[in-house]
Design a protein around this ligand. Structure first.
Ligand SMILES: [Fe+2]
Ligand SMILES: [Fe+2]
Length: 480
């Protein structure tokens, strides 16, 4: 038995201590790979499995974002996805220094199947529990065991990374805890809510599935980096895979939980919406009104969070660097939305009176991933700069250093997003067999968006009557 498989065999001991710095190294008694670089290759194969796991988490945990309703939870998921993308990036960078890591970004089919299954619960909370009570703890445990198994000095560069990732995983578990249902306890199973009961059932199922291909421990006996057969569960424990019997589809509308919704927060009518287009550019508008409107605008970038999150799952064969940059883009949009979400209450806005606009999601989800991404980067973002520049100049009259800072970082991020769009749109188009030039594609996509907007735009009625919702007129009263 190799050291790594011994580690895997002892996986049921979650309290195994971390190795002390410079602690005694247990050499593998019978390493699976043979030859001069066998010791390196064994660890490289494990890093490879961890890289693929982090990248699949990015691809699939993003499906939770538009399905959960609480903005704070959406923001947190965006942050975790971005951190996972960074883990994957550094694992790949380190892995490529080692013999046996492999040169492609591809994910083995058995692992992909596990993650395809993880997105399947119809209830977002149940799916969330699968990711955070089964997959993330398994990843945390695998990192912990990697530290035990590797040589503290020989593999120092990996060790430093893994130590950092372990701290991240522990923090992620603590950060997500308030959003998970109380687990059903064995002694009082009936006290759990129906969601908690289905969540524990789902967790048990996902755990079986994960265990059936050896968990996330060292892939010894050697796991081929070439395509492996789908997961094979023993007949007695093998429920049919949900992801094989039906496909996963994005919901036609994003979930906004307890918050009121509408089609759009932009209009020309101050009695209708909080952002009044004419007021944004009218030089006589009070700068405090402009500041309030731009915070609403920023908060509504939650729509960008929700529709951008749909692109990952739909592009399983994208190069990892594309998903890495999209994960950054996603996290940027979640921060921009937080600029508004955190500042508006300070200016006297009750967030429960602010309707969330759903139009962009409901239209874009009808389009292909490259179309969604083209509209986002080449249309919405690329064309937002002139108005935002004017808004920034007006807000600067207020000597509000924080507002100026938020808007400056927003502008800088948006410039990066347009740059990213120029880099990745052609790649995404190629993934979908699109042969037109990006310019032709963007022009055609714009027309298709306008057409689809006739059916899928304007379909979300106001949740609140004008007397109860934040409008331009209410903003005027708030600044008095
Ligand atoms: Fe943004
Ligand atoms: Fe953006």
């Amino acid at each position: 038995m190799s050291a790594a498989s011994a580690v895997a065999a002892s996986a049921s001991e979650p309290t195994a201590p971390l190795p002390e710095r410079g602690g005694r190294f247990q050499p593998p008694s019978n390493p699976a790979p043979t030859g001069r670089l066998a010791a390196v290759q064994e660890m490289a194969r494990w890093l490879r499995l961890l890289f693929e796991t982090e990248r699949e988490f990015v691809r699939t945990a993003t499906t939770l974002i538009y399905r959960v309703g609480e903005p704070e939870l959406k923001y947190l998921l965006c942050q975790h996805v971005w951190e996972a993308a960074n883990h994957a990036r550094f694992l790949r960078e380190r892995g490529r220094e080692l013999s046996g890591f492999g040169t492609t970004d591809e994910v083995r089919p058995s692992l992909r199947q596990l993650f395809n299954e993880a997105v399947m619960p119809a209830d977002a909370t149940v799916a969330l529990v699968g990711f955070y009570r089964v997959i993330k703890p398994a990843l945390h445990d695998a990192y912990r065991r990697y530290l035990t198994a590797t040589h503290h000095l020989a593999d120092w560069p990996s060790r430093k990374l893994v130590e950092e990732f372990l701290a991240d995983e522990a923090r992620h578990a603590a950060e997500i805890a308030p959003y998970l249902p109380v687990a059903a306890s064995a002694s009082e199973p009936t006290s759990a809510s129906p969601v908690a009961a289905s969540a524990s059932e789902w967790s048990a199922y996902l755990t079986t599935l994960l265990d059936s291909h050896g968990g996330l421990h060292s892939p010894t006996p050697p796991l081929s980096l070439s395509p492996s057969p789908p997961l094979s569960l023993s007949p007695s424990s093998a429920p049919p895979l949900l992801s094989v019997t039906r496909g996963y589809t994005h919901p036609p509308t994003p979930n906004r939980g307890r918050f009121p919704t509408c089609s759009s927060v932009f209009s020309h009518d101050p009695a209708e919406t909080p952002i009044v287009r004419a007021w944004l550019i009218d030089p006589t508008t009070d700068a405090r009104v402009i500041r309030m409107m731009v915070y609403v605008w920023l908060m509504m970038e939650l729509d960008a969070v929700d529709y951008l999150a749909t692109v990952f799952y739909d592009t399983p064969h994208a190069p990892f660097d594309l998903h890495h940059d999209l994960a950054r883009h996603l996290w940027d949009e979640s921060r921009h939305s937080q600029f508004g979400y955190r500042q508006l209450p300070r200016l006297g806005v009750d967030l429960l009176t602010l309707e969330h606009s759903l139009d962009l999601y409901t239209i874009l989800v009808q389009m292909t991933p490259p179309e969604r991404y083209a509209m986002m980067t080449m249309e919405f973002e690329a064309n937002s700069f002139p108005t935002k520049a004017h808004v920034m100049d007006r807000v600067r009259e207020l000597n509000d250093f924080e507002a100026d800072t938020l808007l400056a970082f927003d502008r800088n991020d948006e410039q990066n997003h347009v740059r990213s769009g120029h880099r990745w749109l052609p790649v995404m188009m190629a993934l979908f067999g699109e042969t037109r030039s990006p310019e032709e594609f963007v022009t055609a996509t714009r027309a298709r968006f306008a057409e689809l907007a006739k059916t899928y735009g304007g379909i979300t009625p106001h949740s609140l009557p004008p007397s109860q919702r934040l409008t331009g007129e209410k903003i005027l009263r708030l600044i008095k």
